[in-house]
Design a binder for this molecule. Structure first.
Ligand code: ZN
Length: 417
């Protein structure tokens, strides 16, 4: 009888601990996606506010810092639209973020322009270039169903503006914002632009910031056996920020989810009973969306020598998981996949762990290129599909595999020899 009560208490306690982990992660996610962080981008000090919040979490949970700061400052160039943006089609005002996005490389624009529909039959980028050039100096905004991904946001001399039609709410990207181009590019939701539309009125003022000052946030926990060798958990905490003075992108899955998990891992390993054998660094990068700036800066200016990194695990978009996880670079590290699969089978954590080859699609990349053993994990599942839109919010956020992935990672760290 006594023994079973004891067992019950132990089970209840361990359940409570787990429940607290995800509760804590949800609390962090709620903060990161709140309006006062302005989408953690380059207007209204969004990323700086998020950085201070993360540092406060580290401090509260006894995660150590280097030379009494959690920040590594650096800067990069970025084009922004700090003021009001107005887009009207035939005098009907469109909703920013919902009906349209403006390319981050667009110049200041203010005026009314005729619209010209391009033929539906453009097959390739070179066909696109040819068709566009037939409209040189027409003064019109050209509308295309064809999306020339690689040309998007570039200058076309003699072309005022180009509109790409999108079937759904268009996604915004800021990775081309390191330079202001001469052509205005917009993506507009197809249903917001009638087939017989005649004119567009547009007003947007761009502000190019040469040296936008930002910061990575770094905390660490000292290892028992190998204090001079590090496991790195990384995630980018920045998101797209604001497009104009009203529209903001909360970035719940991208990458509030990964940020919350890295902070939660830091909180876990900072408890004396969980002290790891290796030292662990928890690094939250800024500037990812603008072009992997934070991770590139760190890899070029490491605070702990790169040779001391035993392994780097990057988390970016880990809010789903009903279909399992994918490990980028998993194909390069069979030992990691074997260990993951073994832990997964023993604990029944995830439906599948897929290995992928190399891909320079998140913050592991600058480290991998310098020879650091690096993987990037994201979750898979259709329970949260919003990507780079204003709808990537934390309401009813799934976090389907949160505890499973957290369990996999903490158990894996214990097994690293
Ligand atoms: Zn992103």
């Amino acid at each position: 009888m006594k023994k079973s009560i004891f067992l019950f208490i132990v089970l209840a306690l361990s359940f409570q601990l787990h429940a607290q982990d995800i509760e804590y992660a949800r609390k962090v996610l709620g903060k990161l996606t709140a309006k006062n962080f302005h989408g953690r981008g380059y207007l209204k000090k969004g990323d700086e506010k998020a950085a201070h919040y993360i540092a406060r979490q580290f401090e509260k949970n006894n995660v150590q810092n280097l030379d009494s700061v959690y920040f590594q400052s650096y800067n990069f160039a970025i084009n922004t639209f700090p003021g009001k943006i107005v887009v009207e089609i035939d005098d009907t005002k469109l909703n920013p973020g919902e009906d349209y996005v403006i390319s981050c490389s667009s110049p200041t624009v203010d005026g009314t322009f005729t619209l010209a529909f391009l033929p539906d039959t453009i097959p390739t980028d070179s066909g696109f270039i040819q068709t566009i050039n037939e409209h040189k100096n027409s003064g019109a905004f050209l509308i295309s169903n064809y999306y020339p991904r690689k040309l998007y946001g570039k200058t076309f001399d003699g072309i005022e503006g180009i509109i790409i039609l999108d079937k759904k709410t268009p996604g915004w990207h800021v990775s081309n914002g390191n330079k202001v181009q001469n052509t205005v590019w917009l993506k507009i939701k197809k249903t917001a632009l009638p087939d017989d539309a005649k004119k567009i009125s547009i007003s947007a003022t761009s502000l190019f910031i040469d040296e936008y000052k930002t910061q990575n946030v770094i905390g660490f926990v000292k290892g028992k056996k190998h204090p001079d060798r590090f496991i790195f958990f990384t995630a980018h905490y920045d998101h797209l920020g604001m497009m104009g003075n009203k529209t903001w992108f909360p970035g719940a899955n991208d990458n509030g989810s990964g940020t919350a998990m890295v902070i939660d891992l830091a909180r876990h390993f900072a408890l004396s009973e969980n002290q790891p054998d290796y030292s662990i660094a928890f690094v939250l990068f800024s500037g990812e969306e603008a072009g992997l700036h934070g991770s590139s800066y760190y890899a070029n200016n490491p605070l702990f020598p790169l040779e001391q990194i035993r392994m780097l695990i990057n988390l970016d978009m880990v809010g789903t998981g009903s279909e399992g996880i994918t490990v980028v670079n998993g194909k390069a590290y069979q030992d990691v996949m074997n260990a993951f699969n073994k832990i997964n089978e023993e604990n029944n954590f995830l439906p599948e762990i897929k290995a992928r080859g190399e891909a320079c699609n998140s913050d592991h990349c600058p480290f991998y290129k310098k020879g650091v053993k690096s993987i990037f994990i994201y979750t898979r599942g259709k329970e949260h599909m919003e990507y780079h839109t204003i709808k990537d919010v934390d309401d009813n956020f799934p976090f389907t595999a949160y505890e499973s992935l957290f369990g996999l990672l903490t158990k894996y760290v214990k097994e690293i020899r």
